[in-house]
Design a binder for this molecule. Structure first.
Ligand SMILES: Nc1ncnc2c1ncn2[C@@H]1O[C@H](COP(=O)(O)OP(=O)(O)OP(=O)(O)O)[C@@H](O)[C@H]1O
Ligand SMILES: [Mg+2]
Length: 256
């Protein structure tokens, strides 16, 4: 059973004024079968956490550790992290002009699975996943994310999730910009992914509405570059009504 363990993680980003520490000691363990939600003010470092775990070169880990089933994630390249079973759906998915969705998905699946999926079964697999996510088949031939609407990009992130079946999925604001129907479709996709009970989900969100579809086992409040409180799903409702002032002292101090 997969376990992602983040211990006392400190991360800096290079800026024009030198290195700036964004994450200031994050401790978090996500086990297979668990869904964790992270909520917190803008600029508190939630996306930085997801990028650092995924291996974005801009984010330097200055201390702490990240392990997946005991293996040192920080020593792995970005590809190795994906092969080890980590998946990140980004807050702002990138566009890749000139590369079709279908080529991209097959290349990604080949990299993660260690061998190219057999064409015949692969086509069926992609079709089934696209149908489940109510994605028009015409998207397969379009360039990755190019000209996709915000909601379409998010739906395609979940398509990747469905096809790559990682051990641990980090979903950064996958619900942002989704209309009510798309929210249901995307949530159903995440719930299907969770259904095996063998995968862990870390869901970064600003809204409780997605948590009504995908029930978190734990909710964490992220402020000032670390987790400042953890609780059960009821904590999300408290945050919705009371905001983050309790944790930040003021709106201004909400960031890092
Ligand atoms: N490359 C960078 N250069 C300068 N500052 C950066 C860089 N990347 C992140 N930061 C800063 O780090 C802080 C945390 O950013 P991050 O994107 O992790 O926040 P967040 O919690 O995801 O916010 P949001 O809820 O708005 O998505 C912000 O103040 C941001 O400006
Ligand atoms: Mg963010």
């Amino acid at each position: 059973m997969a376990t992602l363990e983040i211990k006392d993680l400190h991360v800096s980003v290079a800026t024009d004024d030198g290195a700036k520490e964004i994450l200031k000691g994050v401790d978090l363990t996500v086990r297979a079968g668990e869904t964790h939600a992270i909520m917190g003010p803008n600029g508190s470092g939630k996306s930085t956490l997801s990028y650092a775990v995924a291996g974005h070169p801009k984010y330097e880990v200055t201390s702490g550790s990240v392990t997946l089933d005991g293996d040192d994630v920080l020593a792995m390249s970005v590809d190795e992290r994906a092969r080890a079973g980590l998946f990140l759906a980004m807050q702002y998915p990138v566009e890749v002009p000139g590369v079709s969705m279908s080529n991209f998905l097959r290349t990604a699946a080949t990299a993660v699975r260690g061998e190219a999926p057999k064409l015949r079964t692969w086509v069926k697999e992609v079709k089934a996943a696209m149908t489940e996510l109510e994605i028009d088949p015409a998207f397969a031939e379009r360039s990755v994310n190019e000209g996709f609407s915000g909601g379409e990009k998010k739906r395609h992130e979940i398509l990747q999730l469905a096809l790559l079946s990682p051990k641990i999925a980090i979903l950064d604001e996958t619900d942002s910009g989704l209309d009510v129907d798309a929210l249901r479709v995307v949530s159903d996709g995440v719930n299907r992914f969770k259904a095996s009970g063998e995968t862990g989900v870390l869901l970064i969100t600003h809204y409780t509405r997605i948590l009504r579809h995908i029930t978190p086992d734990f909710v964490h409040v992220f402020a000032g570059g670390r987790i400042v409180e953890s609780g059960g799903s009821e904590l999300a409702n408290v945050l919705e009504s009371e905001g983050y002032v309790k944790y930040t002292g003021s709106q201004e101090a909400a960031g890092v």
